[in-house]
Write a protein that binds this ligand. Structure first.
Ligand code: FAD
Ligand code: MLT
Ligand code: ZN
Length: 475
């Protein structure tokens, strides 16, 4: 029996895609930087099917590329071009298995789309706080495997902080049931943490027990024009106490990104009359319900007071505060469409970096100069999670340039940015991971002892090197 026929006996016809047209969407990444090939796309419906597929692959030495929503930024979910791998898509494993509002947990299969998890939590008066532009199509398995960040990390933490337990199919096909709903568990090494952020190189996450939070009952969203990134850091610092520790998002954006969104995304408009160089989108939220009417008291009023004081100090040039949920969503559209708009504009390099928050202002100045020195015509598009010290210090190709013209400059531009990042004690990948795009950079910027330890772990857990080989590390 052929390998593909053996796969068919495990997952059935519904779980197997072998024709070129059907395979294509799984073989290229969201940014269309990579086009791979695969023996088949395998879509198991249960953990037991995943385990049987992995056992077969281990026996036949066929490598496996796990894939969720395929929204990753670094080619981690795209197979190599040689066509000797399978893509194992978790998207049919999309059931919510349990929600426990009393214990503040939810148990889900790995292929559940993030938005479904958020909505399920909301239906039970709870919040699942992971929130990012791809939430309508990324899956929780992908979120955990990339340790995703998003726009509420500064209050709730990244994906690693939002999960209690996981179930994993190991590279030999055994199932590790680590689905514990425990907040405290000091029984030996933390195996769970190994798989979070491992980008599918150590095993396949098949289920997770997630943490949920009380659902906020009051929100305030503002769009604030500021004179500089320095003002953003100061504004956020003061907002933490002014809001009584209720700042849940603080996103910095340069004008270049706003212009791209206004150009490429329909039905989005600039909320302020005048153009400014820098903006902050700030959201406060609290579980204390607001009071409307004559004695209105809530976060909007507090935010208004705070921004008024900040304006007097010169930290704020102009601002709007959303008065309705629809207005708040319109402001968020301007922020969340940066990635989509940049893709529509043409090629770009994503520098998903972090530095200590107080160094952000200096970094922006020096990083912009370094980018311009490397390629004077390039267009810096700088935005991101300033409260986490994580900026998308992206470089849009000069207007009208295609990939063949831009690609020869990538190494020089990125090298200049990453050297600066490392000089600040920062990270060359704050949230998107390594995948295949940054394997050389990881090898260059992490120390020998770190790389040796990572390789030792990889070899011990995946001795046949069948779990997403060539991603993150070269063995
Ligand atoms: P995929 O892209 O399918 O896979 C990502 C990696 O995880 C691959 O290496 C894959 O092999 C592995 N993997 C997937 N599922 C599993 C599994 N079950 N077990 C083991 N390994 C697995 N990311 C952020 O962190 N913050 C953001 O703010 C953010 N914004 C984004 C906005 C847009 C518009 C887009 C397109 C992407 C954005 N991303 C962001 C990147 C991306 O959405 C996240 O990395 C997301 O977590 C990936 O989930 P996915 O299901 O699409 O995973
Ligand atoms: C975001 O925060 O919107 C994405 O992580 C940024 C990006 O696409 O570079
Ligand atoms: Zn981001």
């Amino acid at each position: 029996m052929s390998f593909v026929d053996k796969l068919r006996t495990i997952v059935g016809d519904r779980g197997l895609i072998t024709d070129d047209q059907g395979k294509h969407p799984y073989l290229t990444d969201w940014r269309e930087n990579y086009l791979g090939a695969a023996l088949a796309i395998v879509r198991p419906a249960t953990t037991e099917e995943v385990a049987a597929v992995v056992k077969l692959c281990a026996a036949e030495k066929v490598a496996i590329v796990p894939q969720g929503g395929n929204t990753g930024m670094n080619g981690g979910g795209t197979p190599h071009e040689d066509g000797h791998e399978i893509v194992l898509s978790l998207t049919r494993m999309n059931r919510i298995l349990d929600i426990d509002p009393i214990g503040y947990t939810m148990t889900v299969e790995a292929g559940v789309v993030l938005k479904t998890i958020q909505e399920t939590a909301a239906q039970h008066d709870r919040l699942f706080p992971l929130s990012l532009g791809a939430e309508g199509s990324c899956t929780i398995g992908g979120n955990l495997s990339t340790n995703a960040g998003g726009v509420q990390v500064l209050h709730y933490g990244n994906a690693r902080n939002l999960v209690l337990g996981i179930e994993v199919v190991l590279p030999n096909g055994e199932i590790w049931n680590g689905l514990r709903a425990l907040k405290k568990d000091n029984t030996g090494y933390d195996l769970r943490d190994l798989y979070l952020g491992a980008e599918g190189t150590l095993g396949i996450i098949t289920k997770a027990v997630l943490k949920v939070w009380p659902k906020p009952k009051d929100h305030a969203t503002s769009w604030v024009a500021i004179p500089s990134p320095e003002a953003a850091v100061e504004l956020l610092s003061g907002a933490n106490s002014a809001s009584e520790d209720n700042v849940t998002s603080c996103e910095l954006m340069g004008r270049q990104g706003i212009d791209l969104v206004l150009k490429h995304i329909p039905a989005v408009s600039d909320p302020l009359a005048e153009r400014h160089d820098w903006y902050v989108l700030m959201e406060w939220s609290s579980t204390r319900p607001r009071r409307d009417g004559a004695n209105a008291a809530g976060l909007r009023e507090k935010m208004e007071g705070y921004l008024g004081e900040a304006m007097e100090k010169g930290l704020v040039l102009d601002a709007v505060i959303a008065q309705t949920e629809a207005q708040s969503q319109a402001l968020w559209q301007l922020r969340e469409n940066h990635t989509e708009a940049s893709k529509k504009e043409g090629p770009s390099i994503k520098h998903d970096i972090s530095v200590p928050v107080s160094n952000i202002p200096k970094f922006v100045i020096e990083g912009t100069a370094a980018m311009k020195k490397a390629l004077p015509e390039c267009r810096p598009v700088i935005f991101g999670h300033v409260g986490d010290g994580n900026l998308h210090f992206n470089c849009q190709a000069p207007a009208g340039w295609g990939k063949p013209q831009f690609t020869p400059h990538v190494e020089t531009i990125s090298g200049a940015i990453y050297d600066l990042v490392v000089g600040y004690g920062g990270s060359i990948s704050a949230e998107h991971g390594i995948g295949q795009i940054k394997v050389d950079e990881l090898a260059h910027y992490r120390s020998k002892i770190e790389l040796d330890t990572m390789r030792t772990l990889k070899r011990a857990l995946d001795p046949r090197n069948i779990m997403n080989p060539g991603k993150v590390l070269r063995i």
